[in-house]
Write a protein that binds this ligand. Structure first.
Ligand SMILES: Cc1cc2nc3c(=O)[nH]c(=O)nc-3n(C[C@H](O)[C@H](O)[C@H](O)COP(=O)(O)OP(=O)(O)OC[C@H]3O[C@@H](n4cnc5c(N)ncnc54)[C@H](O)[C@@H]3O)c2cc1C
Length: 380
């Protein structure tokens, strides 16, 4: 018997795809051993800003903000976002916001200091301010979203998908770790940095890479009245949550695979991010290191996400490649993945954008060869 729509992966993409489907009245089963937003998203810094450099990304974040706010009660705060930098550093995102029709203010250093005296901004630096941006506490959002999914009847199975059942290449269902087989009438593969290993089980090689990303929480001892912000000179980004400032200097390392271990970051990473924070804010006392966030991020060679179908796989949509911006763009991409699965098209994307996102660009066909008695995958 079919389980209706099956979503593999309960990250921002999968969980919001499940929400969209459930709101349409579909029967939905979400499979994830870590539950709702329990994977990379739970380690995410929680910065959600429209100030990205590509008009499509900006549009995606605008929609993600609406989706997050539709389920979030106490897990997000509308802080707005200030990008600080030289005019030439900020021109791409200003252009992208203009094209996407997002309102923004351009502020001089003096205007920034007048509005938020806690900022240290000198000389010819400027700021771009937008007011819709969110500071999100991802574990709280996972709890709230999980509650909404449960109230809509979405079944969450806390197991891994270990393989697929197929018929002539078409994926008919998934196999869980306990051996149970679930048939679907539509499948969304949204396992983030694990999509690669899942597709390899079908002999499909996805050209993505996994890195380990870090962010940090510093307790500054007071609730600062500042927007979330990024510093394009020192390359760091921050959001406030109570007396915490959460973010850091984009630290990341190459990884062999997704790493969820709780290993503390190298001390120099923490020191560097703390120095970045102190140099941009007038703080009344020394910030105190509270904890770190560490988890996998999935990269594509062109740094663009992927969303689309693969020929011959049947009713399956593949979506991912969100790097360090998946809480921002993931909810909207999850919604679009559902639309593509059920209607075969995405009304808000043009043909060129669909082509740009197509996962076909990331597929290397593979065949098995035997060399020296050992099976090897050969890229062709
Ligand atoms: C330290 C850090 C800071 C970050 N900061 C930000 C930020 O400030 N803003 C932002 O927008 N993004 C940020 N990110 C990035 C963001 O977390 C990711 O881009 C986002 O989580 C990707 O969403 P996803 O749904 O594709 O994948 P994930 O969130 O990784 O979700 C995939 C899910 O699939 C599940 N899964 C894996 N294998 C299987 C299987 N076999 N069967 C079933 N389920 C499976 C996993 O358990 C996981 O829950 C940060 C990430 C890190 C690590």
């Amino acid at each position: 018997m079919s389980r209706g729509l099956i979503v593999v992966g309960g990250g921002p993409v999968g969980a919001f795809a499940a929400l969209t489907a459930a709101l349409k009245g579909e029967r939905v089963t979400l499979v994830d051993p870590r539950g709702v937003l329990g994977g990379a998203a739970s380690r995410s810094a929680g910065v959600v800003t429209v100030q990205l450099e590509d008009p499509l990304d900006v549009r995606l974040v605008v929609r993600s903000i609406e989706l997050i706010r539709s389920v979030s009660k106490s897990s997000s705060v509308r802080t707005g976002f200030l990008q600080i930098g030289r005019e030439e550093d900020l021109s791409d995102s200003v252009e992208a916001m203009r094209e996407a029709g997002v309102e923004h203010e351009v502020l001089t250093a003096e205007e920034i200091r007048e509005r938020w005296p806690v900022f240290r901004v000198e000389g010819d630096l400027i700021g771009i301010f937008t007011d819709m941006d969110l500071s999100v506490e991802p574990p709280l959002l996972g709890g709230e979203l999980g509650g909404v999914l449960a109230s809509l009847g979405v079944e969450v199975i806390r197991q891994s998908v270990v393989s697929f059942t197929t018929d002539g290449g078409r994926i008919e269902g998934v196999v869980l770790e306990d051996g149970e087989r679930l048939k679907h009438d539509g499948l969304i593969l949204a396992a983030g940095s694990h999509n690669r290993e899942l597709l390899l089980r079908l002999g499909i090689r996805l050209r993505t890479t996994v890195i380990t990303c870090y962010a940090y929480k510093f307790d500054v001892g007071e609730e600062l009245e500042v927007p979330s912000f990024s510093d394009e000179l020192l390359h760091s980004y921050w959001r406030r949550w109570g007396t915490m400032m959460v973010g850091g200097g984009y630290d990341a390392e190459w990884a062999d695979g997704p790493d969820y271990s709780a290993v503390e970051p190298p001390p120099q990473y923490v020191r560097r991010s703390m120095a970045m924070l102190r140099s941009r804010l007038n703080l009344s006392r020394e910030p105190r290191y509270h904890s770190s966030l560490r988890g996998p991020c999935e990269l594509t060679p062109d740094m663009e996400p992927y969303l689309g179908r693969l020929e011959g796989l049947g009713d399956v949509v593949l979506v991912g490649g969100l790097r360090g911006y998946g809480l921002m763009r993931g909810p909207a991409l999850g919604e679009l993945a559902y639309e593509l699965l059920r209607s075969g098209r995405i009304s808000s994307l043009n043909a060129e954008e669909m082509e740009r996102l197509s996962p076909k660009r990331l597929i290397r066909s593979s065949k098995r060869s035997r060399v020296g008695g050992i099976n090897n995958d050969v890229a062709v």
